[in-house]
Design a protein around this ligand. Structure first.
Ligand code: CA
Ligand code: CA
Length: 475
């Protein structure tokens, strides 16, 4: 009898030890916000930004103040995040095609698959990897829950662009908004009993255009009081023609259009309102977590897929290599780590995959191209000798160090900005002799090989801009 017990214990041990290890693994909650730049209270990108919930989360972990996307467009940024690979490795540079079109991107398990393989239950709602079949990435997917809608019968603005390019107050309750439904769906999952660790994603849609939010969020920002971003009149004089063509920024209206049609304050106000609304949804998710059984054993990461211009450098939206488009909010709160600290070392969304493996005590895959930022969560000022790379179309790169921002375009033109003295990136120092060694060092850190771009069936905007810039170069 005794012998049988010993044998069964031996047989069961691998199973028991797996369960034991899983019980020790933290849960993971990702709060992903679409097109959120640094207009949060804790990052200080706009003096009127109202984000009390994001700011509170920042006090519960490490706020990475120098975090950047790897591609300043939704699809390739998210592809890089969930594969842990640079666009120059996967060939995914543009809004189209989706992740599945890249053999390199699909050769190894993506972030969600890696965690489900490790015994996690993957759940999510809204936008994370970027559809059209988002449910293929999650074991339990709650749907888009309305996506970019609801839409009014007619456009609220005069913007002469695609349907999504619109803004203004909606006459609806918060409960009718997709992001509120996503927050509630995630909250319900947090109140359930789970017998395995979970990887849960709230994939919020705002403040991506259309910049619609229930009108009560607009009441926080009376239009006559809205502060406009600072713009230097001659800022673009020190940019190359290639840079100007590449970053034309379609399908956003031109900055001149916003100025001439007095639409700038309304659009800024709509972005601020959309951010305040999505911040409230973040608060709902965090309250659900606080009231759950998982409050003390859950890693929380808040991030955005890229930044956004609202007139800075006289342009709009994403699709540039300037700080306004590459910088993202990134907060990591993990059990057992110091709270309420800030880190100015350059990190990226590409670091999320290895960081999560590290935090979950899973083996960090050597093929991942990012680096775990867990050491920075213990010592935010430790030496960190890697500038973070952002790529926008092949052969156009940005490298951001703690102090400097270097950009090199496909025609060889360069920009260098000193963030110690020029946070708006107005003064291009690349041609100054004093920075020759620094620029030589940056050039050495650019990718030595680049995957050919994979072109989707449906393509425009940044691909057109890139082709036009390349045609100009070859002329
Ligand atoms: Ca986006
Ligand atoms: Ca300038």
């Amino acid at each position: 009898m005794c012998r049988i017990q010993v044998i069964s214990l031996v047989l069961l041990w691998p199973f028991c030890s797996t369960l034991f290890a899983q019980a020790e693994r933290p849960n993971i909650l990702i709060i992903s916000i679409d097109d959120l730049n640094d207009w949060t209270g804790c990052l200080g990108g706009h003096p009127q930004a109202s984000t009390p919930n994001i700011d509170r989360l920042a006090t519960r972990g490490t706020l990475f103040r120098n975090a950047h996307c790897q591609a300043p467009v939704c699809t390739p940024s998210r592809a890089s995040l969930v594969t842990g690979l640079y666009p120059t490795t996967t060939g995914l540079y543009f809004l189209q095609p989706r992740l599945d079109a890249s053999p390199v991107a699909t050769a190894k398990p993506n972030l969600l698959r890696q965690f489900s393989d490790a015994g996690y239950l993957t759940m999510g709602a809204g936008k994370f990897v970027q559809g059209p079949n988002e449910n293929q990435y999650f074991q339990d997917y709650g749907g888009t829950l309305g996506g970019f809608g609801p839409f009014p019968e007619q456009k609220l603005s005069q913007a002469d662009s695609v349907k999504l390019w619109d803004w203004g107050p909606l006459d609806v309750d918060d409960a009718e908004m997709p992001d509120r439904k996503i927050a509630d769906w995630v909250g319900q999952r947090l109140q359930k009993d789970h017998d395995q660790p979970f990887f849960l994603v709230a994939g919020f849609w705002r403040p991506h255009v259309p910049m619609y939010a229930p009108s009560r969020w607009f009441d926080l920002f009376p239009e006559q009081d809205v502060s406009l971003p600072l713009v230097a009149p001659n800022d673009r004089d020190d940019l190359s023609d290639y840079a100007k063509t590449l970053t034309i920024g379609l399908p956003a209206p031109r900055h001149q259009w916003f100025v001439e049609n007095n639409a700038w304050p309304q659009a800024v106000r709509s972005y601020l309102a959309s951010v305040a609304f999505v911040d409230d949804c973040v608060g709902r998710v965090m309250n659900s977590l606080q009231q759950s059984a998982y409050r003390d054993n859950t890693v929380v990461i808040l991030l955005s897929d890229h930044g956004w211009h609202l007139g800075e450098k006289q342009r709009w939206a994403k699709r540039s290599l300037w700080n306004d488009a590459t910088r993202v909010p990134l907060i990591i709160s993990a059990p057992g780590f110091p709270q309420d600290q800030q880190c100015d070392r350059p990190v990226g969304l590409i670091d999320i995959f290895p960081t999560l493996l590290d935090l979950a005590k899973l083996k960090v895959r050597p093929d991942l191209e990012g680096r775990s930022v867990v050491p920075l969560m213990s010592d935010p000022e430790m030496p960190w000798d890697r500038p973070i790379l952002t790529t926008f179309a092949p052969r156009n790169h940005s490298l951001r160090s703690t102090r400097w921002h270097y950009i090199r375009y496909g025609d060889g033109s360069e920009e260098l900005y000193d963030h110690q003295t020029d946070q708006h990136e107005w003064r291009n120092l690349a041609s100054e002799d004093t920075h020759r060694d620094l620029i030589a060092e940056m050039r050495k850190r650019l990718p030595s090989a680049e995957a050919k771009p994979i072109i989707g069936e449906w393509q425009k905007w940044e691909l057109d801009a890139w082709r036009q810039a390349e045609a100009q170069r070859k002329r």
